[in-house]
Every structure is written in C-alpha cells, then in structure tokens.
Design a protein around this ligand. Structure first.
Ligand SMILES: Nc1ncnc2c1ncn2[C@@H]1O[C@H](COP(=O)(O)OP(=O)(O)OP(=O)(O)O)[C@@H](O)[C@H]1O
Ligand SMILES: [Mg+2]
Length: 335
C-alpha cells in the first residue's frame, strides 16, 4: 500500500515560488491500477515522482507498506527504488545500448549475477513480445517497441509498484491500445500495483480501477473509475468525462431542438430497463433519442443517452423528475 500524506512540492522560480503539488493525500491499495488525470501543468508528474523520491516532497510524507520513506537516502533509497519501476512518455532508453543491455541495466546496478540477468531479460522480453529485437539498438525500434523495452526494463528488478507517466501519449491510437493492453495483462499476471498518469479519461477507463483528478496541484476529485464516469462532480472531471464519451451534438441539432434536451446516465442493470417507454406512457410526452451509447467500464455497463423530450411543460418537467429517480444522473442541456 502506498500512502501519500498531505504532500506538497514547491519550486523556487526566479520570480516567485510555485507550489506544483499542494497538500495531496491519496491511498493506493495493493494491486490497484490507480490513475491520475488532469490538464497539463496540474502537477501529475511531480506527484508521481515523489513516490520513488525522484522528487522530494517539500512537505508531507510518502509511506510504503507502513514505512515512511520520505527521508530515505543512500542505500535505503536505492533499495526502495529497486522495488518501484517507472516508465516514461519519451521511453528514456539508453541509445548506445542494445535492447538486452537496456533491460539488463537495472539488474547490473543491483549487482545481480550474470546468469540470473540473462535468464530474466529473456523472460521479460518474451513478456512484452520483443524477443526478436533482443540485440537491436533503440534507434531501430518503433515507438511502441521502445515502450515495450521501457516496460521490460521497469520490471527488471521485480518491482511491486510500477509508475507509468503518460506511457502511451507519444504513440498512435493503435499502438496506444496495444501498450495499454500489455500493461493490463502485466497487471493481471503479476498483480503489481500500478499508478498511471494520463491527460485522457479514455486511457484511464481502459486500465484503471480508481482515479484521482488533479488541477493546479490539488486533487479535486477521487474515486472508483466507474462511479467517476457515472457521476462526475467537479467541472474539470465533467469536461474530461464528456470529452471521452464523445457525445457532442452538432450545433444545428442543438439550435433547432424544441422541448428539453437532456443527458441521462444509466448504471449497471438499469441500462436494460424500459425507462423511456414508461415515461412516454405515464406523462404523454414524446422522447427522441439523439445520441447514445453503452460503455463498459471495468466490465460494468454504463449507458449514456441524449434525449429530446417534447410535449406540454408539465409533462416535460415530470419526465425529467421521473428520469432522475430511474437513472444515475440527469443533466438538462437545454430547455
Ligand atoms: N523541476 C522543476 N522546476 C521548476 N518547476 C517545475 C519543475 N518540475 C515541474 N515544474 C512545474 O510544476 C508544475 C507542474 O508540473 P508537472 O510536470 O508535474 O505537471 P503535469 O501535470 O505532469 O503536466 P503535463 O501533463 O504537461 O506533463 C508546472 O508548472 C511545471 O512547470
Ligand atoms: Mg507530466
């Protein structure tokens, strides 16, 4: 278990003091895949780097398995770091070393015997699907292949925690999905605790079980990924979720709609109930579905519908109230 306890990080600029992380507290349970999402400059990387003390907190504590590591240095810090792997957006491979030597590097630093190193490099390269590139240099690899090397290297010393700072942001969509699937598979196979930064909710949705939303150094919202998608509270979370669900309507439809435009979110099994036909019958309104989808988040269905409700004012109002009782959330977009 990783506990970030009231951590702040300050940087002294030439003009002023910048508090990049401001009093953040989080608990990451053993085996969780914990996402950190937020806009650029929110302090995500700085926060992540406090966990392996690549960044020392100015205030607060980082506690791993009940041990406060915040003041660790020297050999103690090296030992802790060996149990925390990290992968980076820009891969950070050593360009003058082969794939084999990149993956072997952390084990050599840790003083592992040569035979053990060779065996483990083979195992890890097979795990990430890159055995055929074992003697290639990074310059001969695609972005996706480079990140596979980065992942193998991060796992070299059999860490219990894997820190992933935007691991797929430099990659195209297909390669992004392949890397995220690989991370998911590694989590399933090794049961490792993972923290993953992204600026996109769609990435968080694919791999994470919990998520913290950061803005200007502060965690503004935190919870189970499914619940955050079903009912985001903070305006930043709402906009990140809306962007990821991609339910934008064309201006023409928004401008010409009569009656009320409503976004309704259904959770779990309720996604299958005949809520709309019940409302039409009960309140004598017309309901037209303008947009909708069912998303599966951690294998649970989440239905999102954009509805145009027409009829007399009272019927429309009653329908909205009724939908509120039957769905997870209802947002009136217009009307
Ligand atoms: N070493 C540093 N020295 C001074 N300022 C820094 C340092 N590292 C980060 N910052 C500043 O701290 C703030 C948070 O940066 P950070 O890299 O943690 O944000 P981020 O959420 O990871 O952003 P991005 O999505 O762009 O990677 C920014 O204003 C950044 O300029
Ligand atoms: Mg960053």
């Amino acid at each position: 278990m990783v506990t970030i306890d009231n951590v702040s990080v300050e940087f002294h600029g030439t003009q002023r003091l910048l508090r990049a992380v401001n009093g953040v507290s989080l608990s990451i349970r053993e085996g969780d895949v914990f996402g950190i999402v937020g806009t650029s400059g929110a302090g995500k990387s700085t926060l992540l780097r406090t966990i392996n003390l690549l960044q020392k907190p100015t205030f607060g504590r980082v506690v791993i398995d009940s041990v406060d590591i915040t003041c660790y240095s020297g050999i103690d810090l090296r030992r802790v770091r060996q149990k925390i792997g990290m992968i980076f957006q820009q891969f950070n491979l050593i360009h003058t070393k082969t794939v084999f030597d990149n993956v072997a590097f952390p084990m050599r630093i840790a003083g592992k015997p040569q035979t053990e190193i060779a065996k483990r490099v083979l195992y890890l390269l097979e795990l990430v699907g890159l055995l055929d590139k074992i003697y290639a240099y990074p310059s001969k690899l695609s972005g996706g292949q480079k990140q596979r090397v980065g992942i193998a290297r991060a796992l070299a010393n059999d860490p219990r925690i894997l820190l992933c700072d935007e691991p797929a942001s430099a990659l195209d969509l297909e390669t992004t999905n392949a890397i995220l699937d690989l991370l998911k598979g590694i989590h399933r196979k090794l049961g490792i605790t993972m923290l993953l930064i992204s600026h996109e909710m769609s990435v968080i949705k694919k791999v994470c079980t919990r998520v913290a939303v950061m803005s200007e150094g502060v965690v503004v919202e935190e919870g189970n990924v499914y619940n955050i998608f079903a009912s985001p509270q903070h305006s930043l979370t709402q906009s990140l979720v809306a962007h990821s669900l991609d339910l934008e309507l064309p201006e023409r439809v928004l401008g010409s709609a009569k009656g009320a435009l409503v976004k309704a979110v259904y959770k779990g099994i309720k996604a299958e109930e005949p809520v709309l036909s019940d409302a039409i019958r009960e309140f004598g309104v017309g309901i037209n579905v303008l947009h909708g989808k069912i998303e599966y988040i951690n294998d649970q269905p989440l239905g999102v519908l954009i509805l145009n409700i027409t009829g007399n004012e009272q019927g429309v109002g009653q329908t909205i109230e009724y939908l509120r009782t039957r769905t997870a959330s209802v947002e009136v977009i217009h009307g």
